[in-house]
Design a protein around this ligand. Structure first.
Ligand SMILES: C[S@@+](CC[C@H](N)C(=O)[O-])C[C@H]1O[C@@H](n2cnc3c(N)ncnc32)[C@H](O)[C@@H]1O
Length: 180
C-alpha cells in the first residue's frame, strides 16, 4: 500500500487542509457514503452535502454532525440551496462504491454544477474534482469537464491536474481549482 500515490480523495483532503486559509463554508457535491462530508464537517464551520440517492442521505443523517445540512437533490441545483460564498467545493464523481453502478454522476449535470460552483466559490477558495475514467459516463465527464477547466482564465483561476504516471489511461484523476 502506498502512502501518497494511492487514494486521490485522501490527497484532496490534504490539499484542502493545507492550502485553504478560510474554512467557514464547504459543499460536498456528492455525499455517497459520507467520508468526504465527515472530513469537511471536521474541518469547516458549515457544510452542505448534496446527494440524489435518498437511501444514502438517510444512511448519513443518522450520524451527521450539527454543522451539516443534507440536501437530497442534484448538485446542478446548488444555487437554489446555497446563497452564500463557499470556501471549498468537493466533487467525488461516479457511482457509490458498493452501490448501484447505474446511478452515477452525469456529464451535463456535473458540468453545470462545476461551472456554477466556480461562481459561488469565494476568492482564495478551492474546488477539488475526483474523476473516475474507468466507466463510460466518467469518460464523458473527462471529455466535457477537462477542456472547460483548461480554458479558465489564469488571471482568475489556478488549475492543477494530478494523474498517475505509471498506471492505465483509465486511472482516476484529481483536478484542483483555486480561485484568486
Ligand atoms: C463516488 S460517490 C461519492 C463518494 C463520497 N463522496 C464519499 O465520501 O463516500 C458519487 C455519489 O454521487 C451521487 N450522485 C450522482 N449524481 C449526483 C447528482 N447529480 N447530484 C448529487 N449527487 C449525485 C451518487 O449517488 C453517489 O453516491
Amino acid at each position: 500500500m502506498f502512502k501518497y500515490v494511492g487514494d486521490i480523495s485522501i490527497i484532496s483532503h490534504h490539499i484542502i487542509k493545507e492550502f485553504l486559509e478560510n474554512k467557514e463554508v464547504a459543499i460536498d457535491a456528492t455525499l455517497g457514503n459520507g467520508y468526504d462530508t465527515d472530513f469537511l464537517s471536521n474541518t469547516f464551520k458549515k457544510v452542505y452535502s448534496f446527494e440524489i440517492q435518498k437511501s444514502a442521505c438517510d444512511g448519513y443523517i443518522k450520524r451527521k454532525s450539527d454543522n451539516v445540512t443534507i440536501i437530497n437533490d442534484s448538485h446542478h441545483l446548488l444555487k437554489q440551496y446555497v446563497d452564500e460564498p463557499v470556501d471549498c467545493i468537493m466533487y467525488n464523481l461516479g457511482f457509490l462504491p458498493g452501490g448501484d453502478k447505474n446511478i452515477t454522476t452525469k456529464c451535463e449535470t456535473s458540468f453545470t454544477s462545476i461551472k456554477e460552483g466556480l461562481e459561488l466559490l469565494s476568492h482564495g477558495g478551492i474546488m477539488t474534482i475526483c474523476l473516475y475514467r474507468g466507466h463510460e459516463e466518467g469518460k464523458e465527464e473527462e471529455n466535457i469537464i477537462l477542456p472547460y477547466l483548461g480554458l479558465l482564465p489564469k488571471s482568475k483561476f489556478g488549475v492543477m491536474y494530478h494523474s498517475f504516471f505509471n498506471r492505465s489511461e483509465e486511472s482516476p484523476i484529481l483536478i484542483v481549482v483555486e480561485k484568486k
